[in-house]
Design a protein around this ligand. Structure first.
Ligand SMILES: Nc1nc2c(ncn2[C@@H]2O[C@H](COP(=O)(O)OP(=O)(O)OP(=O)(O)O)[C@@H](O)[C@H]2O)c(=O)[nH]1
Ligand SMILES: [Mg+2]
Length: 192
């Protein structure tokens, strides 16, 4: 099993002044609520997640160790279809979760992600794609995912892919750092 590290990046301090709205999307059962709780509570305080009802969403406040303001994670049910768009307005960053242990759904997920990246309210936003449940050699690899994304998607200027091995606090923390890095670099006051 390979390490699931993200690409390294640096984070400058205190460039945003308002809380950030981050949208967390992906198919049902990919682990969105699990990841968001992992970020807000920590893996050791993890609670059992239930599938988020099709008409529901969770909002969790996640304190950012590097940026000064909190990030509000809008975790939308993967079963929500047409009404999903009503949550897009005001979003500043997008997290898209895939289940790496089910590579057969990768193209469907990329198609879904493509429609999100073309949405007028989400176009150009920093994007973090999380390959959750990395575990065995048969899994979708982050390299393969990256190359498929480059081939099939019109990617925003700031994007990254992170793998999250099953129940790994280290990988969750790395992914959160990467998200902070992307948000920091997207700040209007970030260095060109
Ligand atoms: N084995 C394993 N189970 C996981 C992992 N991540 C999430 N799960 C479990 O998978 C199930 C579904 O996870 P959720 O976080 O509820 O999935 P979701 O993406 O929020 O799904 P919806 O709310 O239906 O959109 C839960 O029972 C989680 O505990 C993981 O990395 N490994
Ligand atoms: Mg959920």
């Amino acid at each position: 099993m390979g390490a699931a590290a993200c690409t390294a990046g640096s984070v400058a301090e205190d460039k945003h002044s308002q809380p950030l709205k981050i949208l967390v999307l992906g198919f049902s059962g990919t682990g969105k609520t699990f990841i968001v709780y992992g970020w807000s509570l920590g893996m050791s305080n993890m609670v059992k997640t239930l599938p988020t009802d099709a008409a529901m969403f969770n909002v969790e406040k996640v304190m950012s160790p590097k940026l000064r303001q909190p990030m509000y994670m809008w975790d939308i049910s993967g079963k929500m279809t047409s009404r999903r768009r009503s949550y897009f307005l005001g979003t500043q960053g997008l997290v898209y979760v895939l289940n790496a242990s089910q590579p057969v759904y990768m193209m469907d997920a990329l198609q879904d992600l493509n429609s999100l990246l073309n949405d007028r309210d989400l176009k150009g936003l920093p994007l973090l794609v999380l390959a959750n449940r990395l575990g065995s050699e048969e899994n979708l690899s982050t390299k393969e995912l990256e190359s498929q994304m480059k081939e099939h998607l019109k990617l925003p200027p700031l994007w990254s892919v992170c793998g999250i091995r099953t129940f790994s606090q280290e990988d969750l923390s790395q992914a959160l750092l990467k998200l902070e890095d992307l948000m920091d670099r997207s700040s209007p006051t970030a260095d060109a």
